[in-house]
Design a protein around this ligand. Structure first.
Ligand code: UDP
Length: 249
């Protein structure tokens, strides 16, 4: 292990970059089956057409995601989370990721409002689960479970399990957040297979991937502040973390 570097990122000799995405970098570690995920300050929207660096976002997202994974694990939902590392990183289990985005919606917003012509903010009578193919070049098209099976991305059983797990995640997160004054409007999950082939929640649970509205005022405390130029993105993310931490103290 080498020394601590200028901005706090601790580099390990055995580490190699496996993948760099829009908001995270994934490194192999010296430990078999364990990865390090570093959360970046970079943000993109509209399939990469809009880009910015949001100071402090990486650190805030690492901690928000860590707290969410801990809450989910406490309710028996398997996640890749193993622990915190230096301020913008976490240790995770290595998974074979399934290239499908699983979106859960409690309230109409974003692309659903446009697709179905319903007003944003309309409560759904039950949570809706949708699947999207992870493919930037195609703009992440909407697919169903049989597409995933037919394209060899996941088995029918895995898709059923992904849907069931996503709904359990919703059941855990909705009351947890509401007690902290946050309404969970919708969110995106990604699943992978662990070494034994079991389905595990990977990726992140952050204001980049969830819509959080202030329960009292409806103020948006998530990435829509960036997508829609509402200002003070960092302040909104900091407010989400403050509420999650305050409740723990
Ligand atoms: N989402 C995401 N990554 C994507 C697309 C969507 O994390 O590539 C999240 C988004 O933050 C929201 C939910 O999934 O919480 C539903 O997004 P929607 O389909 O409404 O798309 P958007 O309006 O964000 O384009």
């Amino acid at each position: 292990m080498r020394t601590r570097e200028g901005d706090g990122a601790m580099e390990r000799d055995a580490e190699s970059k496996l993948y760099e995405g829009k908001a995270k970098i994934v490194y192999a570690t010296g430990e078999p089956g364990v990865l390090r995920i570093e959360f970046k300050d970079d943000a993109t929207a509209f399939n990469g057409a809009k880009r910015a660096t949001i100071a402090g976002k990486g650190e805030l997202n690492r901690e928000i995601s860590a707290l969410a994974f801990e809450e989910l694990e406490a309710h028996g939902i398997p996640t890749h989370f193993l622990g915190r590392l230096e301020r913008r990183s976490m240790r995770v289990r290595r998974l074979e990721m399934i290239p499908v985005e699983v979106v859960v919606r409690n309230v109409v917003a974003g692309s659903l409002a446009q697709r179905l012509g319903r007003p944003e903010g309309e409560a759904l009578a039950r949570p809706v689960v949708e699947f999207f193919l992870k493919d930037d070049a195609l703009g992440d098209p909407w697919i169903n479970a049989t597409h995933a099976e037919a394209l060899g991305l996941a088995s029918a059983g895995e898709m059923r399990q992904a849907e069931a797990l996503a709904l359990r995640v919703d059941e855990v997160l909705v009351p947890w957040l509401l007690e902290r004054g946050l309404r969970l409007i919708d969110f995106k999950l990604e699943f992978g297979r662990d070494a034994g082939g079991a389905l595990v929640l990977g990726d992140e649970v952050t204001p980049d991937t969830c819509r959080f509205w202030d329960a009292a005022t409806g103020e948006r405390l998530d990435k829509d502040r960036f997508r829609r130029d509402l200002g003070d993105v960092t302040g909104a993310y900091r407010e989400v973390l403050r509420r999650l931490e305050e409740a723990r103290a």
